[in-house]
Structures are given as C-alpha cells and as structure tokens.
Design a protein. Structure first.
Length: 202
C-alpha cells in the first residue's frame, strides 16, 4: 500500500522540481521547456508535476520566490557581519551570490508578474529592502543624509546592469565585472556624499 505523502514529502518534491526547472528555464529558455520536459528531468510521469503545481508559470514563480529569498538571506548575512567602520553597502555579497547562482539570477527578473503571486511580491520586497539596509544604517549613524531608497536603487541598478552584461557574455573584451560593479557603486557613493568603502566587505 502506498504511503500517503506528508507535507515534508510535498515540499521536498517541489524543491527538487525547482532545481530542475531553474536549470532548464535558464539554459533552454522558459518558452522552450514543457511540463513533460520537467517531468522527464525529474524521472517521473508527465502528469506528476501537476499534483504539485498548477502550470509552468507557477513553477517559474516558485523558482523566483526561492531565488529572491536566498539572495535576501545572503545580503542579510553580509550586513550582519559588517562592523561600524565598514562601508555602507555589502555590494560584494550581492555580486558574489549572483555569480554563484547564475541560473537563478537569470530568472529572477522575468515573468510572470509578481501581482499574480503574493509570495513572489513579498520575496521581491524583502530583497529590495536588503539593498537599502546599509544606507539606512549609515543614515542612522549620521554618515549619510540623502534618500535611502534612491541610493539603494541606484546601487542595485549599477550592480544588476553589470551582472546582466556579464551573464549574457556582452562584456568584451573580457573585463573584471566585479571590479566594474564595485567601482560604479563607489562612484555613486561619492556622488551622494556618502562614505566610500575603505576595504572590501566581501
């Protein structure tokens, strides 16, 4: 007699499905991958994924939710390690996470819209908040008097832009993408009259 699936069993399957989907969506393109392809990648029948996900859009949303949460976890961990003398924004942590999780990062900013999936919207909001944490800390210390959200968005835009170029192979001839991103953020900090990092916060 087949043992009923527990919530832990369901969560484990969903997580494994996200692993397979993350790789296939990123490397083959979301539109090119079918539910049958995902089932084959899992070694299960073509109908099994429908027991856990409504459709392919819902799987992509789950992949993106997981990615934004993991990015936020990495950013929170980096921020927690900073001392009061460190620079205001752990941009290295963002860059390093994205480069170590390239498939996930490629998928984080595409459809489906967050408004269709409340958990996705919440995960995106949390990730955005981590980008402002260092600036907010600097402001509380009297080291930055500008708009925290504007500063965070400018730094995120600079880092994301370099990452997209790097991951798409557009940075030619080969350059140090990480160095470009960090220098861009330093330039933004100078322009905002904020303290510039004295050392890599890594």
């Amino acid at each position: 007699m087949t043992r009923p699936l527990t919530e832990a069993d369901k969560a484990a399957f969903r997580d494994r499905m996200c692993d397979v989907a993350e790789m296939k969506f990123s490397q083959q393109g979301f539109q090119a991958v079918t539910m049958r392809d995902l089932a084959a990648g899992m070694g299960v029948s073509s109908m099994t994924p429908y027991r856990y996900f409504k459709d392919k859009d819902e799987i992509l949303a789950a992949v993106r939710i997981r990615a934004f949460r993991r990015l936020a976890d990495a950013m929170d961990a980096a921020e927690a390690k900073l001392s009061t003398s460190d620079w205001i924004q752990p941009g290295e942590a963002y860059f390093e996470w994205a480069m170590a999780n390239r498939d996930a990062y490629r998928l984080m900013f595409i459809e489906p819209p967050a408004k269709r999936y409340p958990e996705l919207g919440a995960a995106m909001h949390r990730a955005r908040a981590t980008m402002a944490a260092g600036w907010r800390r600097a402001q509380a210390q009297g080291r930055f008097n500008g708009d925290v959200e504007d500063a965070a968005h400018m730094c995120w835009t600079a880092t994301h832009g370099v990452l997209v170029l790097e991951l798409s192979g557009m940075l030619r001839p080969p350059v140090q993408a990480r160095s470009i991103a960090m220098r861009a953020i330093d330039a933004i900090a100078r322009g905002l009259n904020a303290p510039v990092r004295a050392q890599a916060s890594g």
